[in-house]
Ligand binder design. Structure first.
Ligand code: AFP
Length: 347
């Protein structure tokens, strides 16, 4: 696939090489078309009305913003034109039934990062495509297989550029929206995430709620070259999963949204089906890693379509390093007996 190639050309090449991807390619094309429309709405900002206007609540009790609803309606309308039997959307309580004879199921977060809408920050659409599974007595069977069952995954970042980050199981590619042509064009044919990193992303305002392994990992990052990591770190937190994920994919780093002690946050904030699992496939296909701190995300099977999961992803050395704090090899080592009671990391 040559740089600058259109998405439809690249999808046609992928299908020519692997005919079984024909239906998946059609779904991706439909999502890309919807994302082009959503990008135009977002690009108008407040000129298009108050996109941050709040209305009802979604399945998780989150306040829905106007753009959440617009994105959900636009994406589901696009999926009705593609070979999709079922959709699990963040903005719908249950599984949506589309074409019962179609072979594919789609998990989607139509608009991730909606708290950024009103302040002109990057937001995104995240999706995972998997085969339909029919199982007596399990109406969500297509979504209760582990994430490794995904055939394809991707996200769209509505940022300074609108970018589609995509995998069909053969590496992770980046396409950028050519607004004049209304077409996504290939800019990166095969992302390769650096194995080592000096940048971490976490919402540090939650430090007092973190479990000890997370406190110890971040404390050691903060100790920099004077501490056990022997290197200084930088920190980023964009409040937008797709924006943080795209940065990590492009230059490395590690992102953590762990479970914490806040009510309702024992499993963190991010959803397994339509946030963690698609991001995990993209990361692994780009040579990075994704866990819940210990377990590989793609080995975890959901029991509910809005289930949350702690999420750690990025450079493989950092993801592996986080796991050493969970398995006890690090978080107690050499810590003051007051660790957890003094300074930033006090409980
Ligand atoms: P919203 O869609 O409610 O803005 O949540 C965005 C998000 O799911 C994800 O995109 C961010 O990484 C994360 O939440 C930010 O969570 P905090 O606001 O707790 O830092």
């Amino acid at each position: 696939m040559a740089t600058g190639s259109r998405l439809d050309t690249c999808l046609a090449e992928a299908v020519a090489a692997e005919p079984g991807l024909k239906d998946t390619a059609a779904v991706i094309a439909a999502i890309a078309e919807a994302a082009t429309d959503i990008s135009e709405v977002i690009g108008r900002g407040a000129l298009g009305g108050d996109l941050a206007a709040t209305g009802a609540h979604n399945s998780d009790g989150d306040v829905q913003k106007a753009l959440d609803v617009i994105a959900h309606e636009r994406v589901t309308a696009a999926l009705r034109t593609a070979p999709v039997a079922e959709v699990a959307s963040e903005e719908a309580e249950g599984v949506m039934d589309l074409d019962p004879g179609a072979p594919l199921a789609v998990a989607i977060d139509p608009l991730d990062g909606s708290s950024n809408i009103g302040v002109n920050m990057a937001v995104g659409t995240i999706f995972g495509i998997r085969p339909v599974v029919r199982e007596e007595g399990n109406p969500i069977a297509s979504f209760t297989t582990p994430g490794r069952a995904q055939i394809a995954a991707g996200f769209v970042t509505y940022g300074p550029a609108t970018a589609l980050v995509l995998t069909l199981g053969h590496g992770t590619q980046v396409y950028v929206l050519d607004r004049e042509a209304r077409a996504f064009r290939l800019t990166h044919a095969a992302l390769d995430v650096p194995e080592a990193a000096r940048e971490y992303a976490i919402n540090a305002s939650n430090a007092r709620h973190w479990d000890l392994p997370v406190k110890a990992f971040i404390e050691d990052c903060l100790r920099g070259a004077e501490g056990p990591r022997d290197k200084d770190f930088n920190m980023r937190w964009l409040g937008s999963l797709v924006a943080d994920a795209q940065r990590v994919l492009m230059r490395g780093g590690v992102f953590l949204y762990p479970g914490d002690g806040r009510k309702g946050y024992a499993q963190g904030r991010l959803r397994l089906l339509y946030e963690a699992a698609p991001i995990a496939m993209l990361m692994e296909q780009a040579g990075a890693g994704a866990t819940d701190g210990e377990r590989r995300i793609l080995d975890i099977a959901a029991t509910g379509i809005h289930e949350r999961v702690p999420l750690v992803f990025g450079s493989v050395e950092e993801v592996a390093c986080v796991a050493t704090y969970y398995d006890g090899r690090n978080h107690a080592a050499g810590r003051s007996p007051l660790f957890g009671q003094r300074g930033l990391m006090r409980s």
